[in-house]
Design a protein around this ligand. Structure first.
Ligand SMILES: *[C@@H]1O[C@H](CO)[C@@H](O)[C@H](O)[C@H]1NC(C)=O
Ligand SMILES: *[C@@H]1O[C@H](CO)[C@@H](O)[C@H](O)[C@H]1NC(C)=O
Length: 535
């Protein structure tokens, strides 16, 4: 690994504990949550680009466990990605030491458990990557910095949720929304000062809208991209996504509501936190700021206003816009259609008719040790077709340095959120059917076709690691496959991920070279058919 950057040593212990939460001052909810170093949410990891991280994760749960680093690109290093296709889960009362470097990205991220359905019980935390002092950022340093992990929440124990999914049924609607694991959190700031709010949707299934009474949000960063700094009254954040906004405390000294509410749900769940001016003597009051119009149109129009600031730099000194992504010829088009169906009488989700199941042997280890029969590279096609879905451990092969166009074709009537590990990608096109009032859309204008390319933003789309796809619509991304490894492409909606809406992208170059990919770490855990091999 590179030698620049500080070395950060973390030791984290994950454990399960019953906690009580007072919700709305009335009912006391008790349930078991996953704690990290005694905290729920887990400790915030504050890093700087190029930092080297050594993190020992000690598992005190009664189940195998892994953490993944949502949006941390793990350059040349899918060994540390912390998903079941790359790592053996850490058995109970064991530990694993992750070693990775935060490269080429400045922004707000999160980490969360990738195993079983642990994410429903906590174990997540904020992960912020700050700029090195030699790299400028396109806004003044804020006076303070708040991390807000917002997500839907089930009162039901995660093992019961898992039994529901394992028995082939869908989860019920979540019971509530939490900000930083609580129903009421207070953020303190001085009047006249400007604060950064780093907002991540760490929930299981639900898009959220975020807003602050009496204040505007200046969007400055989305998952490692510096954006054109537009002002918003509220922002939609879909599952797995993060945004950073600046908020100036320019209102009379008082306390203000911070509001998160669910989007596109029949019943709207709302939770509040408090923005407290340090010179305030008035508690929060007045009506909550209203949510934006329901329906998908407003949300998609907002997403289209997220643009790269072409003259601003990101983690590297050169301007983001000097990478003319729209001029690079694509080497391949992949169209991925999600679906839900019963397989052997049980609910499964699939991508291009293949519903993913984990192997006991991580795919990355099978690759390294040449263990045959673990995954199949020919089950999942790169274009959708009709027919029943089947179950497989599916991998899509790709060549290092390909530049690919990926279309997420959503023929279902629900919101989708797609994530790719190891990369950020340009989100160059969305279509949302609520745009069309004509009944013709029933017959398929939400289908992507090659002529839709004329609508792409090939100039100033931003890069991110997770994109939403609206119901009966499509979203197109471009990905520069410059990071060799075995990378998980998955639904960020956790029920879908758990029941098969995922696969791995094997970005590969036949020439084995440490310039392309790091060697297996000597502390790699071994499991399945990799037991007995030597890293
Ligand atoms: C971590 O596991 C190793 C064995 O793999 C063991 O030697 C070490 O004591 C463990 N460390 C902690 C802190 O539990
Ligand atoms: C874009 O970034 C530049 C350079 O940091 C900055 O001066 C400018 O204000 C930004 N423009 C917008 C519209 O955010």
């Amino acid at each position: 690994m590179g030698s620049t950057g500080l070395l950060h040593l973390f030791c984290v212990v994950v454990a399960l504990l019953g906690v009580s939460l007072i919700s709305d001052g009335l009912d006391i909810i008790s349930w078991k949550v996953i704690l990290i170093n005694g905290q729920f949410p887990g400790p915030r990891l504050d890093l700087v680009t190029n930092d080297n991280v050594i993190l020992n994760l000690i598992n005190k749960l009664d189940e195998p466990f892994l953490l993944t680093w949502n949006g941390i690109k793990q350059r040349k290093n899918s060994w540390q990605d912390g998903v079941l296709g790359t790592n053996c889960p850490i058995p109970p009362n064991s530990n694993y030491t992750y070693k990775f470097q935060t490269k080429d990205q400045i922004g707000s991220y999160s980490y969360f458990p990738s195993t079983l359905i642990h994410r429903a019980a906590g174990g997540f935390g904020g992960l912020n990557v700050y700029h090195r002092s030699v790299i400028p950022i396109p806004y003044p340093n804020p006076d303070g910095d708040f991390t807000l992990l917002v997500g839907d929440w089930y009162k039901t124990n995660h093992k019961t949720l898992r039994q529901t999914l394992d028995s082939g049924r869908s989860l019920a609607n979540p019971d509530g929304l939490l900000i930083n694991g609580q129903a009421h959190t207070t953020f303190n700031g001085d009047q006249g000062k400007t604060y950064m709010f780093r907002i991540s949707n760490v929930g299981m299934t639900t898009s959220i809208n975020f807003r602050i009474q009496g204040h505007t949000l200046k969007l400055v960063e989305v998952e490692g991209s510096h954006t054109v700094q537009n002002l918003y009254d509220s922002l939609d954040v879909h599952v797995g996504q993060s945004v950073s906004v600046l908020v100036t405390l320019n209102q009379p000294p008082k306390d203000y509501y911070i509001v998160a509410s669910t989007r596109f749900t029949k019943q709207i769940l709302t939770t509040t936190a408090v923005l407290h001016y340090t010179n305030s003597h008035s508690p929060v009051s007045g009506p909550l700021p209203p949510p934006p119009p329901s329906g998908y149109h407003w949300s998609m129009q907002q997403a289209r206003t997220y643009r790269w600031n072409l003259t601003a730099n990101a983690a590297r000194p050169n301007p983001q816009g000097s990478f003319h992504y729209g001029k690079i010829p694509t080497t391949k088009t992949i169209v991925l259609a999600n679906s839900a169906s019963l397989i052997n009488g049980k609910l499964r989700y699939a991508v291009n008719k293949v519903s993913y199941v984990n192997s006991d042997t991580p795919l990355k280890l099978a690759d390294y040790f040449n263990i045959p029969g673990i995954f199949s590279e020919d089950k999942m096609q790169i274009l959708p077709s009709s027919g029943p879905a089947t179950i497989a451990t599916s991998v899509l092969p790709a060549s290092l340095h390909d530049f690919i166009e990926v279309v997420f074709q959503n023929n279902e009537n629900t919101m989708q959120s797609w994530h790719l590990d190891g990369y950020d990608f340009w989100v160059i096109g969305y279509v949302c059917l609520s745009l069309f009032v004509s009944p013709s859309f029933i017959y398929g204008s939400g289908q992507w076709t090659a002529d839709k390319r004329s609508t792409y933003n090939l100039v100033d789309a931003l890069t991110r690691h997770t994109t939403q796809v609206y119901p009966n619509s499509w979203t197109t991304i471009l990905v520069s496959l410059d990071n060799q490894g075995m990378w998980n492409m998955r639904s960020a909606i956790w029920e879908r991920q758990y029941l098969g809406q995922q696969f791995y992208l094997r970005v590969w170059n036949a020439q084995k070279s440490l310039a392309n990919e790091y060697d297996i770490p000597n502390n790699a855990l071994l499991c399945g058919k990799a037991v007995g091999h030597h890293p």
